[in-house]
Design a protein around this ligand. Sequence first.
Ligand code: PEP
Ligand code: MN
Length: 360
Amino acid sequence: MSPTELHIKSNDLFAKKADKPFLIAGPCSAESRIQVLETGRAIAEKGDASIFRAGVWKPRTRPGSFEGIGEPALAWLQELKAETGMPVATEVANAHHVEACLENNIDYLWIGARTTVNPFYVQEIAEALRGVDIPVMVKNPLHPDIGLWMGALERFNKCGISQLMAIHRGFYSYEAAPYRNVPKWDLAIKLKRLMPELPIICDPSHIAGDAALISDLSQIALDLDMDGLMIETHCDPASALSDAKQQITPDTLHQLMNNLIMPKAIHESEDFNRQLNKMRSIIDRYDNELLHVIQKRMEMVAEIGKAKKENNIMTFQIERFFDILRTRKSTGLELGLSKEMVYELFELIHKHSINIQNKI
Ligand code: PEP
Ligand code: MN
């Protein structure tokens, strides 16, 4: 994937503050005027959030679930904004939604995970926004394809949207437990590398699917230099019409925000920095050793490749591959290493070993 230069205009609200994270809070869905006002007032009073969110059109997996109030709910968001001064955000999934939001002075739009997966939908929404420079936040697609995520951001940018933000909300997986959507921090970090001007926030609510996990996920996101958080907040989570298990009250949100520790990139203490550099130089040395060992392994791989060729033996042998994964995983386990890491590592090493032999 090649880096993309986006034409980004910075949005003051997105700017990073040293003392507290940028926060978007509000219910999964706008359910009633009272629910929007009650939740929004409590959030505004605590002063933790910069933007109020509420879904108006809800993309539900099965028909028959609560699919949102639709257009009439936009007036409730306006009322809340007039009363509290908090800008409001909602999800749009087609050109009609865009039109309704623009008519009702919605301040921020977000693109849901089920929309980011489809370039047709994204293009339609982007075209509907041509000439209107409203801030747009793009959630990652349902599955971990960074190309689709970047593609959506590029489509908006090409249509003149210059205030963009990405939201990491986790990815669908057959093995999601304990999370509803598995976080892929490496992908979020990769996006940061490929689109360095783009702010990226984390939506721990949709990653977690469970209110109890939100606090830890939020701290991890900050420790990984994410630019803020989007947290689903409801005045009465138990009675929520969508995503009830993952919503928290404005009070719980306030406590959570107070407990978060803002990490720093650099420490003031000379002593600490010296200590850190010393430890990093040890890591540098280990990495160097690692590369030398890999080089020796690949030399041996090439030698085996020649022997296989001379004796007309198949390059890829599935039993050998399984044997490598099994034995390395068990050694890794004895050494206290993560099973997943050892598995991925040897899958990669084996793939490149086979490439070397194929060239021979
Ligand atoms: C939401 O934010 O309520 C939502 C539907 O999110 P996602 O698109 O991440 O599932
Ligand atoms: Mn939700």
